[in-house]
Design a protein around this ligand. Structure first.
Ligand code: GLN
Length: 544
């Protein structure tokens, strides 16, 4: 049976618990263990699919079609293990399932309560689908003391009691703030947080203390003493220069060694961190740089495009260049058309990412036009591909070309999809139906045209599988009109009905994809589309 590592956070949110979980997973993996990482989200949404990216950051989509927390993206990028439906749960989903069971009469007259029914459901989720994993890491969202997280803490407490004594370890991530006026690091918030956790019946084995200044040995001992943890298990975690240096940094501070020691494992070989050394070498020693414009909507919050940001970095790693991302709110191009040349002329590549809603769409279409006319490498993702198609349609003379997502239109170059084939058979949706969980979600295959740019990018294969998250689709009825403008449909769904990829053969690099390649890019395996796009941007930078 797998061993369990429960990861909780204290003092404040945004301490990088997700990255810590991902790094610990990567370190255990580098020692030869098989790991899975799960996220427990205490909020009441069934999944983050309906939340604004400004509220919650990006929605990460798994191969099996779950809309999940963005931390699952960190887990995948750091461990290479594809996340699944069974790796993310929310209070909303637990309650939805329990209430459905109650309505069916499955509780046979019992009173349905948080303990045991909610806590049992959480425990079942933690224990499900263990496979042959050595470790399952469970990260609990939020901060200890939150009302919402109480059932999750209680479920951990029970599991720690029910599983074997050496089968679970608790890691608590806290903050050791620096008070400038006193010139000191303060341990009191950590003491309080551990006390709060202890009051819920959970004694941490390892403390990861986030700090902006080095933690003096005396403070480390003080934390150990007050928090009833071995001094070596108080791991200082200074801010890292890059997320990709976190695994090596935490290893140097003893995180994985201490977690294993808490399990009673003291004979594990040192981790093989060669691939992390290669990634950090490429990251910190670039041989050049390029600047990419990302023309989107949620540009005020970097987390809203987390995977995209990382995939662009990976494209840079593949080409040994630094990628500067110039985030542009598409709406600014709608107010003053002159801005566009000022903003986009210095760019070595233009990317229009995924998005929802009409706001900024004309600015995105204008950016596509700029990239096409000026031969600047262009990459359109999901909504970005749809905008590239509308741009081509308008150039062909279809002036009213639009998407039904933006309102009724006489020229639906992009329209709602209500039927498509999946592995489970025909999927159908109604226009105007529920918004949650009803998009075309998860991995779907696409067939690539021979001799196309896209098939060369993927190394000559003719069939690929990529993750999707969309409700609208380029309308194949406009194919001839678009191809007459030089925008070729070079990838289709296997049944030939849904356009998956468009490209311009007469342009240095112009590709639109209906899927989200950024979700599958990893630092050790940069996605070929991002590696190719950045290579084209490097070429473009040579023209400057
Ligand atoms: N809003 C578009 C759709 O639903 C694009 C979605 C996306 O970019 N992820 O089809």
């Amino acid at each position: 049976m797998a061993r369990y590592i429960f990861i909780t956070g204290g003092v404040v949110s945004s301490l990088g618990k997700g990255l810590m979980a991902a790094s610990l997973g990567a370190l255990l993996q580098a020692r030869g263990f098989k790991v899975r990482i799960r996220k427990f989200d205490p909020y009441l949404n069934v999944d983050p699919g309906t939340m604004s990216p400004y509220q919650h950051g990006e929605v990460y989509v798994t191969d099996d079609g779950a809309e999940t927390d963005l931390d699952l993206g960190h887990y995948e990028r750091f461990t290479g293990v594809s996340a699944r439906q069974s790796d993310n749960i929310t209070s909303g989903r637990v309650y939805r399932d329990i209430i459905a069971k109650e309505r069916r009469g499955d509780y046979l007259g019992a009173t349905v309560q948080v303990i045991p029914h909610v806590t049992d459901a959480i425990k079942q989720f933690a224990l499900a689908d263990q496979g042959d994993h050595d470790f399952i890491l469970c990260e609990i969202g939020g901060t200890v003391g939150d009302i919402e997280s109480l059932p999750f803490m209680e479920a951990i407490r029970q599991l720690r009691n029910e599983l074997e004594p050496d089968q679970t370890v608790s890691v608590h991530v806290t903050l050791v703030p620096y008070i400038a006026a006193a010139g000191e690091l303060k341990t009191k918030p950590t003491q309080h947080s551990v006390r709060e956790l202890a009051s819920l019946g959970i004694k941490p084995d390892v403390l990861l203390c986030r700090c902006e200044h080095p933690l003096p040995e005396s403070e480390r001992r003080k934390i150990a003493q007050f928090c009833n943890v071995r001094a070596e298990a108080v791991i200082p975690a200074l801010d890292a220069p890059s997320i990709y240096s976190v695994p090596q940094q935490y290893h140097a501070e003893g995180l994985d060694t201490e977690v294993l020691r808490a399990f009673g494992i003291t004979d594990s070989p040192e981790p093989d961190l060669a691939n992390w050394e290669d990634v950090t070498d490429r990251y910190f020693n670039p041989e050049g740089e390029v600047t990419i414009a990302v023309v989107g909507k949620y540009v005020g919050l970097p987390d809203a495009y987390k995977s995209l940001n990382e995939a662009l970095v990976h494209g840079g790693l593949a080409n040994r260049v630094k990628v500067n991302i110039h985030w542009i709110d598409a709406e600014i191009f709608e107010k003053d058309a002159a801005d566009i040349a000022v903003e986009l002329e210095p760019m070595h590549g233009i990317l229009v990412p995924g998005g929802f809603g009409e706001r900024g769409s004309e600015g995105k279409i204008a950016s596509v036009r700029f990239a096409r006319e000026r031969d600047v490498p262009f990459f359109g993702i999901c909504l970005g591909m749809q905008m590239a198609c509308i741009e081509a349609a308008r150039t062909s003379g279809i002036e009213e070309a639009s998407s039904t997502e933006f309102g009724a239109t006489s020229e639906p170059v992009v329209g709602i999809i209500t039927e498509w084939m999946s592995e489970e058979g025909l999927q159908t949706r109604e226009a105007g139906g529920d918004m949650g969980g009803t998009m075309r979600l998860g991995a779907y295959e696409a067939v690539l045209a021979g001799n196309s740019h896209i098939s060369a990018i993927y190394g000559g294969v003719t069939q690929i599988s990529e993750r999707h998250r969309h409700r609208y689709e380029v309308n194949a009825a406009y194919r001839d009109a678009l191809e007459s403008q030089g925008l070729i449909f070079s990838g289709m769904s296997p049944d030939g009905l849904l356009p998956e990829i468009v490209e311009r053969p007469n342009h240095p690099w112009f590709i639109g994809v209906q899927f989200h390649p950024e979700l599958k890019s990893r630092p050790f395996e940069p996605h070929p589309l991002f590696a190719g796009f950045i290579a084209a941007a490097v070429e473009q930078s040579r023209l400057f």
